[in-house]
Design a protein around this ligand. Structure first.
Ligand code: ATP
Ligand SMILES: Cc1cn([C@H]2C[C@H](O)[C@@H](COP(=O)(O)O)O2)c(=O)[nH]c1=O
Length: 202
C-alpha cells in the first residue's frame, strides 16, 4: 500500500510516519521516505528549495516537481512494483496545499501535473489536522525554521484551508486525523483504525 502523510509544518507527521513504518516493517521490506529530498541526491535539492533564496514561485514549483518525479522513479515506483508498503511524508498534495493555497498558483494545472507525469497515486492520504497556532508553537521549539515555517501563522492558516478543501474533494482517498492536543499514542491508535477501515489491518 502507498500511504502519504500530509499536514502543516509541525502537525506531527514525522512522528506518526515513523510509528507506522516501525509496525509495517516488523518483518522488513517496508519503505519510509519523504519529500522533498527522499532519494539519493535529493538532499541538495531539498536544501535549495527550502533555503528561501528562490525568487520566482515557478522555480520553487519546478524544483518540487523535479524532486517528486525522481523520487517516484527511483524510490516509490520500484517499491510499489515489488509489493512493498511505502510510507511517504508529503507528496503531490503538499504542492497543492503550499503552492496553490499558500503561494496563490493556479489549482488545475498544478493538480494535472501529477497525471501528466504519470506519478503513482497514493492508496490512502492521511491529513493530520491541527490548529496552526499549536503546530507553529511546536515548530518554534525546534531548531532553525525553514523558509515556509518563517512565513508565519497567516500563511499556515491558508495551507490548513487548502488541506481541508483537498480532503473534501476526494474523501475516498483522504482520511482526516483530528490531532487536537492528543498525545502521539492516541493519534496513532486512530491511524491504525483508519488503515484497518481501508483494508490494512494492523
Ligand atoms: N501528539 C503530539 N503532542 C505533542 N508534541 C508532539 C506530538 N507529535 C509530535 N510532537 C512534537 O512536535 C514536533 C513536530 O513533530 P513532527 O516533527 O512529527 O512534525 P512534522 O509534521 O513532521 O513537522 P515538519 O513538517 O515541520 O517536519 C516535534 O518536536 C515532536 O516531538
Ligand atoms: C513536498 C513539498 C513541501 N513543501 C514545503 C512544506 C514544508 O514547509 C517544507 C518541507 O519541510 P518538512 O520539514 O519536510 O515538512 O516544504 C512545499 O511547499 N511543497 C511541496 O511540494
Amino acid at each position: 500500500m502507498f500511504i502519504t502523510f500530509e499536514g502543516i509544518d509541525g502537525c506531527g507527521k514525522s512522528t506518526q510516519a515513523r510509528l507506522l513504518f516501525e509496525l509495517l516493517n516488523k518483518e522488513g521490506g517496508a519503505v519510509l521516505t519523504r519529500e522533498p529530498g527522499g532519494w539519493e541526491g535529493g538532499g541538495t535539492l531539498r536544501d535549495i528549495v527550502l533555503s528561501g533564496d528562490l525568487r520566482h514561485p515557478w522555480s520553487e514549483l519546478f524544483l518540487f516537481m523535479l524532486d517528486r518525479t525522481e523520487h517516484a522513479a527511483r524510490v516509490i515506483g520500484p517499491a510499489i512494483s515489488e509489493g512493498r508498503h511505502v510510507v511517504c511524508e508529503r507528496y503531490h498534495d503538499s504542492t497543492l496545499a503550499y503552492q496553490v493555497w499558500g503561494r496563490g498558483m493556479p489549482f488545475e494545472p498544478l493538480r494535472d501535473m501529477a497525471k501528466l507525469a504519470a506519478l503513482p497515486e497514493p492508496d490512502v492520504t492521511l491529513f493530520f489536522k491541527i490548529k496552526p497556532a499549536l503546530a507553529l508553537s511546536r515548530v518554534g521549539k525546534r531548531g532553525k525554521p525553514d523558509s515556509f515555517e518563517r512565513e508565519g501563522l497567516a500563511f499556515m492558516e491558508k495551507i490548513d484551508r487548502g488541506y481541508r478543501s483537498l480532503a473534501e474533494m476526494e474523501p475516498r482517498r483522504w482520511a482526516v486525523i483530528e490531532c487536537g492536543d492528543r498525545n502521539p499514542a492516541e493519534i496513532f491508535a486512530q491511524v491504525k483504525d483508519v488503515l484497518a477501515e481501508r483494508g490494512l489491518p494492523l
